[in-house]
Ligand binder design. Structure first.
Ligand code: ATP
Length: 214
């Protein structure tokens, strides 16, 4: 099983996330990509975050009918803050050693990884797929990896990845980066402006019906 895990606050999920998930799934020939909303994001201001069950519901309706994309409630089922290391270990135990787990992350989130719990152990647990915008060369990534993760990571240009003698790979991938953020969607909603074509329609319907981000 080649599994992609795409974690986020998804407050709300938008077409930027969805397009990224589709492109990474195809590029890495993943059997499926699970989109995993965090229950209690340790790094976000809780005031503006919709309830976890509602964010999960928005992810569910967003991927309905999309082959190989699925919503996962794994972080909601666990008590306490949502730590990626625990999620990766869960899937590693669940799918066994023969599965190849790819944790998908934008470069913005990756550059904050030193603030994540047990972050160095993440690289012993799963491959990382770091997404950049086309044209941007993941600037500073090598220096960041060497100074914060491990000096033993070596770049392999042919496969655009960093390999380590004992740990998993860090892959770089250029995706069509749609310049959409959840912050922008919340702000537009607050101003009573349209969010059409930034999120799937069923997500928009939930935001309107439940009066989120007002
Ligand atoms: P916010 O604006 O509230 O900070 P966000 O839109 O950045 O939210 P998150 O849920 O924080 O969304 O992001 C989850 C993951 O998706 C992160 O790895 C982030 O880098 C990535 N991501 C966010 N926006 C995009 C986008 N437009 N295209 C591709 N990846 C994205």
């Amino acid at each position: 099983m080649r599994l992609g895990l795409f974690g986020g606050t998804f407050n709300p999920i938008h077409f930027g996330h969805l397009r990224a998930a589709v492109e990474v799934r195809e590029a890495f020939e993943l059997d499926k990509v699970l989109l995993i909303p965090s229950a209690r994001p340790p790094h976000k201001d809780a005031d503006d975050v919709a309830d976890a069950l509602d964010r999960l519901e928005m992810v569910r309706v967003a991927v309905e009918g999309v082959p190989s994309l699925e919503a996962s409630d794994i972080e909601l089922a666990r008590a306490g803050p949502s730590y990626t290391i625990e999620t990766l270990r869960y899937f590693q135990n669940h799918f066994g050693a023969e599965s190849a787990i790819h944790f998908i992350v934008g470069q913005d989130a990756f550059s904050e990884i030193t603030t994540w719990k047990s972050y160095q152990q993440l690289f012993a647990t799963a491959h990382f797929v770091v997404m950049a915008r086309p044209g941007s060369r993941l600037k500073g990534l090598e220096g960041f990896i060497h100074s914060h993760i491990s000096r033993d990571y070596q770049y392999e240009p042919a496969s655009n990845r960093y390999v380590h003698p004992r740990w998993s790979c860090i892959f770089c991938v250029n995706i069509t980066h749609l310049d959409i953020s959840a912050t922008q969607i919340r702000e537009l909603t607050r101003q009573g402006r349209s969010i059409r074509f930034l999120v799937p329609e069923p997500v928009e319907d939930i935001i309107v019906k439940k009066a989120f981000y007002r």
